[in-house]
Design a protein around this ligand. Structure first.
Ligand code: SAM
Length: 468
């Protein structure tokens, strides 16, 4: 029986930081997000050179997810405790500790550890005298929270009944948009957007079978009591908890990729025949490129304008043992897909996959920070980019060929609205019915997020054959 492949810790690296240090990094990363930047820049910088142990990295990620999913409730709770707005580094450390405390039962002994560690992190902040001076404030307010917890939580709940932002923890514009787009289901959609997602994998049929893969993972984690979900007519394997996938059996050999269930329907919707030529126009980091290559012997031209993400595409294809694009007549190109003059040789494609840049509103379960980084005005800019790509790429499709337009957004402005306008100005484009295995798709509306999958918009268009 193979053992779980956990790499041994290096002798010099701590297995995990103290909780206080994790809280401090969480607070710093959260502060960066509140300034409108991605928290990953802070985490990546700290992880460089192995300075951040992987277990602490996972813990910090967890705490940040909590903060992102409960931001407005936590800020309201903090406002009950604070006489006036604390300095940013003090407020974010307090918020990070509150996020952890609200997750535990009131009498959990770990609550005292969290308070002690937050106080210790503040006291020890040699690079931040304001924070160091605020350790008494952190101590007093967190202890008050523990004493008055039931009342404070009650007060919060009462307020949330009349305030959708507090109830759902989304900005007002996001709630308004979902309510406009889905007047019957807006509350269910927001609820689903707040649920943590399964870890979903896609088995690579060129390397292993799904049953065989599940068996190998179950054996490697025999004591963990993992639950597997394997939806019919797919190669998906969903796990009930998140694991470091690089430790799963078969990772190095390319037996699987990480990909949400909804995204796993893109390649089957195109249903390419062996030998078909496919343009994957916004390809990096290659989740769907790899899936196409796993399904059939096809010629894929993969383009992306982001060279760093394109590097990851190369690494992913290589791990999956699919890096035979050039021999199979395919290629990888860095550049703007809409600039045909720069890359197209004039030979039309059987299929085009346009997985367009979007707001990512459909994958907010997996990226809860998206709601705080996006602005309402982004939607019009993104719709313009999406339409530009559609118009530019339509001519590279063969008459009779199909183009699959996808976004991982559920906002109508980036899905059905873009397609309606495209159809109005492109008479030779006809939407085709879309069906695969266990999910149904409609070009009229997005596939909404659920417990099993993210939200996506799909539209399969055919270029009408030339009339004789
Ligand atoms: C949704 S992601 C693609 C995900 C990818 N298809 C996958 O399954 O892994 C969108 C991608 O579009 C790329 N992109 C945006 N505008 C582009 C353009 N004009 N030309 C080429 N790539 C573009 C971005 O760099 C980003 O990698």
């Amino acid at each position: 029986m193979p053992a779980a492949q956990t790499p041994p810790p290096s002798p010099s690296a701590p297995r995990r930081w103290e909780l206080g240090a994790e809280l401090r990094l969480t607070a710093h990363a959260w502060q960066v997000l509140t300034e409108g930047r991605r928290w990953s820049e802070v985490i990546e910088a700290r992880a460089k050179g192995g300075a951040l142990p992987s277990r602490s990295r996972a813990a910090v990620q967890d705490y940040l997810y909590l903060l992102a999913r409960h931001r407005l409730s936590l800020e309201k709770l903090a406002s009950f405790l604070n006489q006036r707005q604390p300095a940013p580094s003090v407020g974010t450390l307090q918020l990070a500790a509150l996020a952890l405390l609200t997750r535990l039962e009131a009498d959990d002994p770990y609550c005292a550890t969290i308070v002690d560690q937050a106080v210790r992190a503040a006291k020890g902040a040699q690079d931040d005298t304001v924070l160091a001076a605020a350790s008494g404030f952190i101590n007093a307010t967190l202890r008050r929270f523990l004493r008055e917890r039931a009342d404070l939580m009650n007060r919060l709940q009462q307020m949330a009944q009349h305030d959708p932002c507090l109830r759902w923890n989304f900005p007002q514009w996001w709630i308004d948009q979902i309510r406009t787009d889905y007047p019957q289901q807006w509350q269910e959609v927001l609820e689903a957007m707040n649920q943590p997602a399964h870890l979903t994998l896609r088995v690579n049929p060129r390397q292993t079978g799904r049953a065989e893969f599940v068996q190998s993972v179950a054996a490697a984690y025999a004591d963990a009591g993992l639950k597997f979900i394997t939806p019919d007519n797919t190669l998906a394997v969903m796990l009930d908890r998140s694991l470091d996938v690089t430790h799963l059996p078969g990772y190095e050999q390319g037996h699987f990729s990480v990909q949400d269930l909804a995204a796993q329907h893109a390649a089957p919707l195109l249903a390419p025949a062996p030998g078909a030529s496919i343009l994957d126009a916004c390809a990096a980091p290659g989740g769907k490129t790899a899936h196409l290559l796993e399904l059939a012997d096809v010629q894929v031209t993969a383009i992306d304008q982001d060279e760093r993400r394109l590097e990851r595409l190369g690494v992913n294809l290589s791990r999956l043992q699919l890096d035979t694009l050039p021999e199979a007549g395919g290629q990888i190109i860095a550049g703007d897909a809409a600039n045909l003059e720069a890359w197209w040789d004039g030979v039309p494609f059987d299929h085009v996959l346009l997985d367009a840049p979007c707001s990512a509103s459909g994958i907010v379960r997996r990226h809860p920070d998206v709601r705080w980084l996006r602005k309402r005005s982004d939607l019009a800019t993104l719709a313009e980019q999406q339409s530009r790509l559609l118009d530019a790429l339509w001519p590279v499709l063969k008459p009779g060929g199909t183009l699959l337009y996808i976004t991982c957004s559920v906002f109508r402005a980036e899905g059905a609205a873009v397609i309606d306008q495209f159809l109005a100005r492109t008479p030779e484009a006809k939407p085709l019915p879309m069906r695969t295995g266990c999910l149904e798709f409609s070009a009229e509306r997005a596939l909404l997020p659920s417990a099993d999958h993210d939200g996506f918009y799909f539209c399969l268009l055919q270029r009408q054959p030339v009339q004789e």
